[in-house]
Design a protein around this ligand. Sequence first.
Ligand SMILES: Cc1cc2nc3c(=O)[nH]c(=O)nc-3n(C[C@H](O)[C@H](O)[C@H](O)COP(=O)(O)OP(=O)(O)OC[C@H]3O[C@@H](n4cnc5c(N)ncnc54)[C@H](O)[C@@H]3O)c2cc1C
Length: 546
Amino acid sequence: MTIQTRFETHDIFNQSPPYEDVNLFASDRPLRDAVAANGAGTEAAALSEFGKRWGAAGMFENARLANEFTPKLKTFDTKGFRRDVVEFHPAYHAFMTESMRDGMHAWTWTAEGARAAAPSEVARAARYFMIAQVENGHQCPITMTRACVGSLAVEPPLLKKLIGKITSRTYDPRFIPWWEKDGITLGMGMTEKQGGTDVRANTTVATPAGEGYSITGHKWFMSAPMCDAFLVLAQAPGGLTCFLMPRFRPDGSVNGLRFQRLKDKLGNRSNASSEVEFVDAFAWRIGEEGRGVRTIIEMVQLTRVDCIIGSAGIMRGALAQAMHHARHRTVFQKRLADQPMMRSVLADMALEMEGITALTMRLCRSFDHAADPKEAARARLLTPAVKYWICKSAPGFVYEAMECLGGNGYVEETALARLYREAPLNAIWEGSGNVMCLDVLRALSREGEAARAVLSDLVRACGDLPGVKEAAVFIAKTLSAADGEAHARVAVERLARLAATAALAEGAPGVAEAFARSRLAPSGMYGSSDLQNAEVTDLLDRALPA
Ligand SMILES: Cc1cc2nc3c(=O)[nH]c(=O)nc-3n(C[C@H](O)[C@H](O)[C@H](O)COP(=O)(O)OP(=O)(O)OC[C@H]3O[C@@H](n4cnc5c(N)ncnc54)[C@H](O)[C@@H]3O)c2cc1C
């Protein structure tokens, strides 16, 4: 196609070409290094093919379409019968088809539902990271489908019945019973109106009935409502319990899920997120009564990892767009990318991205080797810390990238606006920032010895770099202090940065020193200032009297 550059009133020049038809793997040296350092080097050729396919212009265009033409809830048919279905743009279905064909929901499970051999986590994470640079909304059901298997493992007979459909590489969007479908997807509903974090406050009730339970109540957020079944939490006679609720009852009739409306969201617009009522809905119990949190946490942990990979991918996508633009745009007779201050900005963002990429893939390696107690302890301590740091860093990072494009960055046609609206989400769901910090504290108090061994390992990996030993002392002291909760944010952030330094020391030693030098000093998220209790009270009173 020839692009018209001559208008009647002016010529068009000095606009950067679209960032598309790129190989998302070959063009990303930090990713290639991190993949190789974490055991998935043999995947390089396949990842390069994947990166080329997902970086094609048509993918970016489909991402725009899927987010511009948002899902619609069809509650009733023309005669007033309930339908409770959601309609999506074909571009959304195209992404689901592609991601499921690539096995993003199934990669880490065997055909029996056991953990697949290493390096399945790292190999999948590299792919998920690239997809996140293109389209995020459809990754929600993909993530939940893969993660739910972790919880279903406590019910081997049920898992055996479902696993073939779950790991099928065929996307089947038909609204029919799961056993008639070529492939199924799974979602989850924990959050209610009166509390999301505090799931023990759930009021939804489950009563034993026939071969399962009858569930009545609601969920305030339940994303991807066209999934074929949902892990939900409800109060059974024995306490808060985990269930699997299919869209169709075992007799083939439509189950009692009544969607009230879809959320009108800031971003993540290609994905539907519903408010739903359960009216005597049929469900299978998963795990023992009263063990709901313990059961569903297996799913939550895996979902948190995808939040991390997703945010890292969003940041990489934003950085690549910023660098691409700066290399094609001239200002004051010089390429933007050659202006000294812009070079500093881009290099600093690239350094941050080095740490984030190395750390993300190193964390996924711990999941690849979860049978090793040392790696399991690392995953336990670091997953919430890394989610805290990376997911919370994403909005500011994407904003900085957006500013590199000037006004062009702020308009919808560039992907930056969409990435920016998407960026806060991963920090909010599956445990918001404070909740992640509390989880780090919990790991330290319940499995203190293992957690301290992880900290020692991190220091061993990079102890000769500037600031490492001081950071480790600060982290240990702050998190074990009597008022540790009040100051947890600053220590958890430093823990994640320390882990990133260690990951770089192993996977990209050439940049580890610069990262340590500039990133291990105390820093700047809200909640990190060294305020005394009296100052906190005074500031809060001045801001808004109680
Ligand atoms: C787009 C979108 C899709 C979603 N999809 C789903 C879904 O599919 N299924 C589902 O179950 N949920 C879903 N959620 C809900 C999401 O997981 C919750 O919003 C999240 O867990 C926070 O719960 P909450 O909204 O009730 O906030 P709250 O629990 O009220 O938390 C509010 C704030 O308080 C902080 N906080 C909580 N406890 C403490 C404490 N002890 N100390 C200090 N601070 C604390 C939190 O960090 C947070 O910042 C979705 C949310 C969004 C935005």
